[in-house]
Write a protein that binds this ligand. Structure first.
Ligand SMILES: [Zn+2]
Length: 295
């Protein structure tokens, strides 16, 4: 296995996120009486379990980015095992820390499987806005636990696929780092299309590119119809090659909506460092001009 030390580091990160998540969920449930992972949408979509499973496996994601290890099938196995164990570990944490009002520790009186049976079948569902109590769920509790189990696994597996989708330098297979971000707000559609067509028309190390990239006419008057271009400069920490990922969103009545057809991903020629242009340190030749030259 290439980069063995890195894979060990990733495993340590994974173990840490697992332990932290289990401890946190157990403590929250002990203090507030609310079990975070039982949160569900329309009873059957185990949203809380998915989030908890993803949190438990998140160390694998961040560790992999840090140590530049690619997602292997072995990582997928670890992620699934950890997400599945998290549910059991949280139940066990609740069981071992539960003390009744008369001071009796539950773990001293009944076994874990008996406790689980009691807990799962006597859980109460609260449905709808009025939080109507449906009474004890009985054997349906096992089905709920099974749905949640699937949620944990899905949450864990999602972190694996996020990692697979993370941009990588093709030649050194390292994860790209985000170096800088630039946001541009444009209210006029015509102006936006001129901007969009011109930004990458010029060499990226020339003044025209810098001017277009730093052009942000309407950042103080965001309204319905404002177009926002977010450009992210990413770089390979090894060979220093850079690329620009651009996302375009449109402001609707309330929030921003993605326009996926306008997203683009531009490779920057080797040896060019655009960090200072992104940060505005290299200013285009004429400062504070209303609009860049329309080429
Ligand atoms: Zn590279």
């Amino acid at each position: 296995m290439k980069n063995f030390g890195g894979h060990v580091g990733v495993a340590v990160f994974g173990a840490l996120s697992f332990a932290l998540t289990v401890a946190l969920v157990t403590v929250i449930s002990r203090v507030t009486g609310f079990n975070l992972f039982s949160l569900s949408v329309w009873i059957v979509i185990p949203a809380g379990a998915m989030i908890t499973g993803a949190a438990a496996a998140s160390g694998y994601y961040f560790g992999s980015l840090l140590f530049h290890t690619r997602p292997t099938w072995f990582l997928l196995v670890q992620v699934i095992v950890v997400a599945a164990l998290a549910q059991l570990a949280i139940y066990y944490g609740e069981y071992s820390t539960l003390v009744l009002q008369n001071g009796v520790r539950v773990a001293d009186r009944i076994g874990f499987s008996e406790y689980m049976d009691l807990t799962l079948t006597s859980a109460h569902l609260r449905v709808g806005r009025a939080q109507t109590d449906t009474g004890a769920v009985g054997s349906f509790g096992y089905w709920l636990a099974a749905f949640q189990f699937v949620g944990f696994i899905l949450g864990g597996v999602a972190t694996y696929f996020f990692l697979r989708r993370h941009p990588v330098c093709q030649s050194c297979s390292r994860y790209l780092r985000t170096l800088a971000t630039r946001k541009q707000h444009i209210n006029d559609n015509e102006v936006f299309s001129t901007y969009y067509d011109n930004l990458f028309k010029h060499p990226v190390d020339g003044p025209e590119f810098a001017e277009w990239l730093q052009y942000d006419p309407d950042n103080k008057q965001i309204k319905e119809g404002t177009v926002l271009a977010t450009s992210t400069l990413k770089g390979c920490p090894h060979c220093k090659t850079q690329r620009i990922e651009q996302r375009v969103t449109l402001h609707g009545k309330k929030d921003w909506k993605d326009i996926p057809t306008l997203a683009r991903n531009i490779a920057i020629p080797d040896g060019i460092d655009l960090r200072s242009v992104f940060k505005g340190e290299v200013n285009a030749s004429r400062q504070q001009r209303a609009e860049p030259t329309l080429a």
